[in-house]
Design a protein around this ligand. Structure first.
Ligand SMILES: [Zn+2]
Length: 237
């Protein structure tokens, strides 16, 4: 069977993640992403065969997730900030804004319809301050690498936590502001390591091991927590 034919037998889009693992594993996520985790250097035809063997299972999963109604942002749900979940209190009177007080997120706005956008704006402002401070701290902790201080950008991203451009700027997913600082640091350190090692080769992981020895555990925590996160407030960024 030619490679093209085998690819035709995999009727869904998927993403391959190579790592130091020994076996292949397949994940299907509620947002319809299919992720194949594979040992580094695993030949393409082995990946294809693995996918073909499991195509029915994947399609069943994709259909199952497609049938579930999408979760919507709800003011009744506690909202996370730096890894803590805070109940919301809504007040329809000035002064308008968002405050973290008495263990609750206090939203003061004209109407409940305004609340999600108000909260999203608050997340963004917090992220600007917190991410810049963590970048400075992580950069400092890696001083021996003598990295140039990168430009930091924020935006919401669907399928990644951060990225690093070859021009030396780092983009962090705005949604990270809902996660604990140690997980924000993990993503920042990962992107900072890319300033020295652009690709996910052995040298990159040696660097990660040197800077943040418990990074695999943090990555695990990040994935687990991502599965429990409520929807982001508002449809925009
Ligand atoms: Zn990376």
């Amino acid at each position: 069977m030619s490679e093209q034919l085998e690819k035709d037998n995999v009727p869904f889009a998927y993403e391959v993640r190579y790592s130091r693992r020994r076996t292949l594993a397949l994940y299907v996520y509620p947002d319809q992403r299919v992720e194949l985790r594979a040992p580094r250097g695993c030949p393409e035809h082995v990946l294809q065969a693995f996918l073909v063997e499991r195509r029915d299972w994947v399609e069943r999963k994709l259909q199952e997730f497609a049938r579930r109604p999408p979760r919507r942002f709800s003011l009744a749900e506690p909202q996370p900030y730096l890894g803590h979940f805070y109940p919301l209190s809504l007040h329809q009177e000035p002064p308008y804004g968002v405050w973290l007080a008495a263990g609750r997120l206090q939203l003061r706005c004209r109407s409940p319809e305004e609340a999600p956008r108000l909260l999203a704006g608050w997340y963004r402002r917090q992220a600007e301050t917190v991410f810049a401070a963590r970048l400075a701290a992580c950069h400092q902790a890696m001083a021996w690498l003598q990295l140039a201080v990168p430009r930091l950008r924020l935006r919401r991203m669907r399928s990644r936590w951060g990225s690093c451009s070859s021009h030396g700027s780092i983009t962090l997913n705005l949604e990270l502001i809902r996660y604990p600082l140690r997980l924000i640091d993990y993503v920042l350190v990962h992107e900072l390591c890319h300033l020295r090692e652009f690709h996910h080769g052995p040298a990159f992981y040696r660097l990660m091991d040197a800077v943040l020895p418990d990074w695999p555990q943090r990555r695990q925590e990040l994935r687990a927590l991502a599965g429990r996160m409520p929807p982001w407030p508002d449809g925009g960024g």
